[in-house]
Each structure stands twice: as structure tokens, then as C-alpha cells.
Design a protein around this ligand. Sequence first.
Ligand code: AMP
Length: 164
Amino acid sequence: MAATGDAHLSTGDLLRSAVADGTPLGVQARKFMDAGELVPDDVVIGMIRERLEAGPSEGFLLDGFPRSVPQAEALDRLLGALDAPLNLVLVLEVGRDELLSRLLARGRDDDTPETVAKRLDVYLEQTEPLIGYYEARGLVARINGEQSVDEVFGEIEAAVQEAG
Ligand code: AMP
């Protein structure tokens, strides 16, 4: 765990806030988000780099990042430079039908049936291979995300404690 001003870093939240503020980055990102595609790697890597280099904290959770092999490689370089190794990768497993019904019930702008289907395809193509990347380092804990919120929380808490 390592240096950042913020303990929970979600690239989706950072991008949505850039879109809401109408920043140049937000304008650039929006078309990818609306289409259910990944925002270009250099954009999200730059956002994470800025936050990780911002200052000290006890530790942090990256949410929705990395989502591609180039992002994972960039994260390795960043954390190496900060001398802050990753100690756990959580994989929350939920079947496709359950995921579709949860996302469509949530009603975010990018939660239309077409965009959700595209996001799931992009996940299988570009993000799922990262599980093997981190499994090879013994960092992965798989959590059954179809249980109750309390049960999911309990399993995550246990995995975090075990990872130290
Ligand atoms: P999320 O809130 O994590 O579901 O992300 C919403 C959207 O933001 C995604 O569909 C992508 O368009 C974009 N996004 C979030 N995180 C990333 C990332 N690490 N790499 C590329 N695009 C991202």
C-alpha cells in the first residue's frame, strides 16, 4: 500500500467528474464512455499517476483500474517508482445475466442495454486477461459477488486481512 491523497481511487468516478466539469479530458473521454469503450490508456494512466504521486496516505484501493494490459504495466512502473507494491487484487465474480439486471436497474447514463453489452464484451477482451497476469503473482482473491452485500463485504474484509 502506498502514497496517495485519497484512499479510494475510481477511474470511472474521476472520468465522470471530468465530464460533468466539461474539462478537455472530460470532453475527450465522454464519447468512449457513452459507447461503452475504454477511454484511451494514456488518459487514465495520466489521471492515476497524478493521484498516486500527490502525497502520502496509509494505503489505497484502485477501483476500475487497471482495465488493460498496458494499464497494468504502467501501474507496475508507477508503484515500483513509489516503492509501493500491490498486495491484493480482488475479483468480484457475477454471472452475465445477474450483471445485466443489476446494471440496468442502476440507471446510469451509460447503462443502456447496448452500452452494457458492449462494456461486458470489452471486459472479456481487454480486462479479464489481467486476472491471469496477477494470478501468476499470487495476488488474486476471487469473491462470489452473487451473495448478499454483507457476505460479500465479509469475504472482502477477510481477504484484505489475509493479504496484510
Ligand atoms: P466504471 O464507472 O468503472 O464502470 O467506468 C465507466 C466508464 O469509464 C467505462 O465504461 C470506460 O468508458 C471508462 N473507464 C473507467 N475506468 C477506465 C479505465 N481504467 N480505462 C479505460 N476506461 C475507463
